[in-house]
Design a protein around this ligand. Sequence first.
Ligand code: CA
Length: 421
Amino acid sequence: MGLMRSWIETANDPEGAFPLNNLPYGVFSVGDGDLRCGVAIGDRILDVTGLEAAGILRADADADVLDAPFWNDFMELGPAVWARFRDALQALLGEGADETTRDLCITYSVPMADAVMHMPFRVSEFTDFYAGRHHAFNVGSMFRDPANALPPNWLHIPIGYNGRASSVVVSGTDVRRPWGQLKSPDHDLPAFLPSRRFDLELEMGAIVGTASDGPISVDEAFDNIFGYVLLNDWSARDIQAWEYQPLGPFQAKATATTISPWIVTRAALEPFRCDTPEREFELLDHLKDRGPMLYDIDLAVALAPKGKPATTIARTNYREMYYSAAQQLAHHSTAGCPMRVGDLLGSGTISGPTKPERGSLLELSWGGKEPLTLDTGETRSFIEDGDTVTLTGAARGDGFTIGFGSCAGTVLPALDAPYKR
Ligand code: CA
């Protein structure tokens, strides 16, 4: 399948992020206006809250589901409605649309440049996994031993931990360097200080669109995923090193997790499905691969010191994951955990096999031992105050691109004193 042509010319750019093939879902506002549900097309945002209120485009015949500053109510309607709505959007915005339809869509749309983006969905709960093999190998090599880098369970289950939905923020939100309890190897006792090893993690986030109660298969899990976003799991490595045993990360991951503003639907990513890598151990039946459920998505990380140009510090691909989001979701449900619409599953840091493909500064600077040199000439082992970190992602088809928009955040200095009393 090639580019699906739209009468909105900017949507027909082969390198553009938002062709008719994509149609990602977000929440936007213009000026002092209300938050509204929108769909990205070329350089415009279609105001679907407005189209629903006018009776032109309805997801549900009886209820207004887009009259809300999030897409959760729409997701609740299920896959048949998701597909119908996408078809209706493609009819409105495709080349075949008549003059009246085109005029209406221009009336009910705004230039993307005029809009501010908000969280596209209400995060019900947030779980983060550790399912990138090269990342797990690199971290295990650094902190344990390259011969035994992967924990014994790693090749059999996608390891995860329960994070905090309350800490998930949309791209563009500033992130404050955290204080925390740190322990230097040179001292016997810990100290309470601003993190000195604040880091990024390049991940994809999968959004659950259909609820479940009890164990679900990998096939069901695949169908229950609504879409994907880019995700930066900000991580304080020095807090993490002291706190993580035996229950895993806690305050190291509690500052913020940034997501890109557009939910790219599973339907839009369908042409880019690919297999997980070769396995040396067969997975148990309930986690076995059930066809290609991973995606071929190019990913990049850029870092810009305050007021200076950005340097691309890593490039990799989502297909490097050892487990698909469907396998992670299936595993998440095995012990009976109910999953809700709006649950967000972080993939785990995505790194490829070579140095420029590493998805965290921890790996890129090898624990601070090999600082990176930026294009500006400055060096970085970890993030410095004022740095802006931007993740980007694109699935590249024949004559078209499925983009995610950017996932950016600027790190502000730690507070002078974190406690008021
Ligand atoms: Ca993570």
